[in-house]
Design a protein around this ligand. Structure first.
Ligand SMILES: Cc1cc2nc3c(=O)[nH]c(=O)nc-3n(C[C@H](O)[C@H](O)[C@H](O)COP(=O)(O)OP(=O)(O)OC[C@H]3O[C@@H](n4cnc5c(N)ncnc54)[C@H](O)[C@@H]3O)c2cc1C
Length: 602
């Protein structure tokens, strides 16, 4: 076990809600090691050379350009970061995998999607579930970009309800192959993929089964036209038709009926990587907005000097900073969990699967938060550019359109919101995370007399950490009462689940921002990180407001009379600052740093 893993109090997935995390125990982007920094710089250099200068070309539906960039990324090893060395990958850790995904994705959503579909859902199912023969045959080609992969789960009538697909796999009489027939829809990389991970149903099985299918037009595989899309214009998206496509039995992935599990686990990894894939886009958009605001003069004044613009720049940078904090915090927890399993003798695939599965709640949280942050960030980016932001000649317009898809694929944000709370409740039921004890304490606290002690807030973030602890109590109060009231029927109360998910998301994100800023300030002095401290405080302020609104919505939906009054009083207590932050001053501090550096500088 690496020393930092050994020393750290590694929480289980979802446990952040009931346990306090020390800032020393979180990994932040400032903790990248030499190897990771070198990897980041070479990916950045690749993007600035091969992708960013051709941004306009990517908007012209130049699918060949995406394929060419992907091939070059393969030659440089970027497609194989997560693949073990024995299959011609770089065998780097989970943090490095996230890092490459982050920095390769910022210039255009077209490459981000092609990269994510190939390395994540296109390759990982074989790396994680393949037999030794399957891995030897396919993974080296995929890791080096000699071949490309695609993932065929969605069908015209099976989207969010992914296990309901109609595609059939029929075993031949001689038992040597399956014959696959069906229609898959919205398949990324379909136009240039050599291998498809295809999910199909055998007989009337409850669950679908995964297969590795090689692209061969002589074997009953055909394609629809390229879809006409709002964004990610150079990402190939087509329907794929299988008409009695023969697939050797040895190409079944894992076991019969295991396909839904494979699909979901591939998506867990895909989700956290999609969060990473939203980060560099936020940095680039913020960077451009800062530069534009400094250059653009109206009323004889650079618009960066106007409070209205300062506010936007500060908010954009804040969501990027917090998104980075939360994504790398979770990535390192996953990496540590994987390492612990490896040290206990698990195989690479077993360790990685279980490691990611453990943090599936955090993966969903991050997918939702970061995909919505890049949407808001690019929207405000357009606003900072004014009319020019609406022009296709500036990068804001395509950033905004490209961002939109992230809220839809890898499980829509509605599905991921409900999943995050659903998984947490299941973990509590199984005794993996003790929510019941803390929820009971909160219920007792509601009927008790509030402490009149004057708190000591002299330490950095003392009040903010107390606020985060109180927000956790809000979640426990709302979700705890809802579980008590509805039991397993809770899943029918979707609007309540969505409200609870928003509370959960805000807690994880706000806490991550605070821990990152605190860790840096403790290391280098508060004075050197005052803008980061301001960002952590600003994010928390919004989180408190959102939690307040969502909790009221939730409480109102199931509690009445005295019970409702008691919970609303508790909510008031749990969302009350002793010292209201000066939000305007916080934003000004952040914006002044951005505009003086003329870039996103965190
Ligand atoms: C550009 C693009 C690329 C894609 N790439 C791939 C790919 O490579 N491989 C692949 O297999 N798929 C891919 N997809 C498909 C994608 O994963 C699905 O579009 C997504 O899962 C949603 O399914 P759907 O479109 O059928 O929407 P639906 O499932 O019909 O959802 C419509 C709306 O209803 C909501 N909804 C659905 N069910 C529920 C529920 N139970 N409770 C509450 N609300 C619900 C959804 O949140 C959504 O808002 C891609 C899609 C696009 C647009």
């Amino acid at each position: 076990m690496s020393t930092d893993t050994a020393k750290k109090d590694l929480l289980r997935g979802g446990q952040f809600l009931v346990k306090e995390t020390k800032c020393e125990d979180v990994f932040t982007p400032e903790d990248f090691n030499e190897e990771q920094r070198m990897m980041r710089d070479s990916v950045k250099e690749f993007v600035d050379r091969e992708i960013w200068p051709h941004k306009e070309e990517f908007e012209k539906k130049n699918y060949e350009l995406t394929e060419e960039v992907m091939r070059k990324a393969g030659e440089l090893g970027f497609l194989g970061v997560a693949v073990p060395e024995e299959y011609d990958g770089l065998g780097m850790g989970f943090v490095s995998t996230m890092l490459v995904c982050d920095y390769i994705s910022g210039a255009t959503g077209s490459v981000a999607t092609a990269f994510g579909a190939h390395t994540g859902i296109g390759t990982m199912p074989i790396t994680l579930y393949g037999t030794e023969e399957q891995k030897k045959k396919y993974v080296p080609k995929l890791a080096t970009g000699e071949w490309f992969g695609a993932y065929c789960l969605t069908e015209p009538d099976a989207g969010s309800d992914a296990n309901s697909g109609k595609t059939k796999a029929v075993l031949s009489e001689d038992g040597k192959y399956y014959s696959i027939s069906g229609q898959k829809m919205w398949i990324s990389n379909a136009g240039f993929a050599d291998v498809f991970i295809v999910f199909a149903r055998i007989e009337d099985d409850k669950n679908i089964t995964g297969f590795i299918v090689e692209n061969d037009k002589e074997n009953g595989i055909s394609f629809g036209e390229e879809e006409k899309k709002l964004g990610i214009h150079s990402s190939s998206t087509r329907q794929v038709f299988f008409n009695e496509t023969k697939v050797p039995v040895e190409n079944m992935l894992s076991e019969r009926g295991n396909g839904f599990k494979i699909a979901m686990n591939a998506l867990n990894i895909g989700r956290i990587k999609l969060a990473a894939a939203s980060l560099d886009a936020q940095r680039r958009v913020t960077d451009l907005a800062v530069k534009y605001a400094n250059d653009r003069v109206q009323f004889k004044t650079p618009i960066a000097k106007f409070g209205a613009i300062k506010s936007k720049l500060a908010e954009m940078a804040t969501s990027a900073y917090v998104g980075e904090a939360a994504s790398y915090r979770a990535a390192k927890d996953i990496e540590d969990r994987i390492n612990i399993r490896l040290e206990n003798g698990a195989s690479h695939s077993e360790a990685e699967l279980k490691g990611v599965e453990e943090y599936a709640i955090e993966c969903s949280i991050l997918k939702v938060a970061c995909s919505e942050d890049i949407q808001n960030c690019s929207d405000e980016g357009i606003q900072v550019y004014g009319g020019m932001g609406f022009s296709a000649d500036t990068p804001m317009e395509s950033a905004w359109r490209d961002a939109r898809i992230a809220r839809i694929y890898e499980g829509t944000n509605e599905i991921n919101r409900m999943l995050s709370v659903g998984m947490l409740v299941k973990k509590a039921m199984k005794g993996h995370v003790d929510l019941l004890g803390p929820a009971k304490s909160v219920a007792d606290e509601l009927t008790g007399i509030p402490s009149m002690d004057k708190p000591d807030y002299s330490e950095l973030f003392a009040e903010e950490k107390e606020m985060v602890a109180k927000l956790k109590k809000v979640f426990l109060m709302v979700a705890g009462s809802a579980v008590q009231k509805f039991g397993p029927g809770l899943e029918e109360h979707q609007q309540l689940l969505l409200a609870a998910a928003d509370i959960l998301i805000e807690i994880y994100m706000a806490e991550s921002g605070i821990l990152r800023a605190e860790k840096n300030a403790k290391k280098n002095g508060e004075e050197n990180h005052k803008e980061e401290i301001a960002m952590a405080k600003l994010y928390l302020y919004h989180a408190v407001e959102i939690v307040n609104t969502k909790a009221k919505e939730g409480i109102g939906s199931f509690a009445e009379g005295d019970e409702q009054r008691m919970m609303l009083m508790g909510l008031k207590r749990f969302t009350k600052y002793q010292n209201m932050p000066n939000v305007v001053a916080l934003r000004n501090t952040i914006a002044e740093k951005l505009t003086s550096e003329n870039k996103y500088c965190f």
